[in-house]
Design a protein around this ligand. Sequence first.
Ligand code: SAM
Ligand code: SF4
Ligand code: SF4
Length: 335
Amino acid sequence: MSMKDARGRPLHDLRISVTDRCNFRCTYCMPREHFGSDHSFLPRDELLSYEEITEVVRGMLPLGLKKLRLTGGEPLLRKDIASLISMLRGLSETVDIALTTNGALLRQHAQSLRNAGLNRVTVSLDAIDSELFQIMADSPRWTPNDVLEGILEAQRVGLGVKINTVVKKGLNENQILPLFQHFYEMKIPLRFIEFMDVGNTNSWNMNDVVSGREIREVIEHEYGEITPVARSVRGEVAQRFSLDDGYEFGCIESVTAPFCGDCTRARLSANGALYTCLFTSKGNDLKSLLRMGAAPEDVSRAIVDIWSKRSDRYSEERTKQTKPKEKVEMSFIGG
Ligand code: SAM
Ligand code: SF4
Ligand code: SF4
């Protein structure tokens, strides 16, 4: 059964935040002044258990779900994450399972993730220069080399690999070319993300956004003509581009070229609420339903009810908004 929201969009992707904790403090996501030692993260019993997450996915698969992405916070901080992947793989041999990570712990986990049935990882890396990496990630314990070793190991064990880079004006624009060169040589697709106004703590300002078009100009100047690649599946977040020799990279332009019309994504927060848009302030509580012992059909029915009422299109409306609205943090809802 395929189901559509109020704007005719199906539910194809679910992003699952498995934890609101992180070992980085990226300034654009979890700035230390807001996520310091006095910040209250979710207590353990508020987190959905792996069994509960599996029940949500079981209820969603018959509705047309095709892709799962484990995220957070930092998903590799959650204990024995590979066992969640095995449980999800047990529900379907064909569903695509991906994980987004900052890469710090990837080297030690890659093999077990692969063995459990993970298909792909997206690794975030905003700078290859150590000092800039520190400025962006604000976590002195880790270096770009730790992340690069994780990427190599993920490739070695046979995981699909993509890289995400957030570009912030005046901060890491000078990393566009070094990162591009590095991953072009490795033949790994790199996706540049426009700095977004998620959450309420990252002091977002339109002047700090480097547009996808500006990024492509930098690359074109160095590598020659860039050709847009037609989107192959509905709901693909990155617009892909290719160089003459066939190397493909992407731009996620949710600020300057919003793609709400094709948004087929739902998000499950670490404490079991279903969000129908990255920018909403309120989720739909599924945890209570699960903890009352709901049957899979009840979970499916609740999801159909939530999704069929969905009409979100925040990114398309952003410019019309006059005052900032209260939003949920990305580390909580899952990026
Ligand atoms: N910790 C993992 C990581 O960094 O890959 C997974 C969670 S993180 C919230 C998921 C993605 O969201 C990362 O690629 C990160 O760069 C991106 N992100 C976080 N805050 C952002 C913002 N304000 N604008 C654009 N992308 C952002
Ligand atoms: Fe952590 Fe990822 Fe957010 Fe950085 S972007 S603070 S690594 S959750
Ligand atoms: Fe989807 Fe909301 Fe982002 Fe639009 S703003 S693409 S509806 S998550």
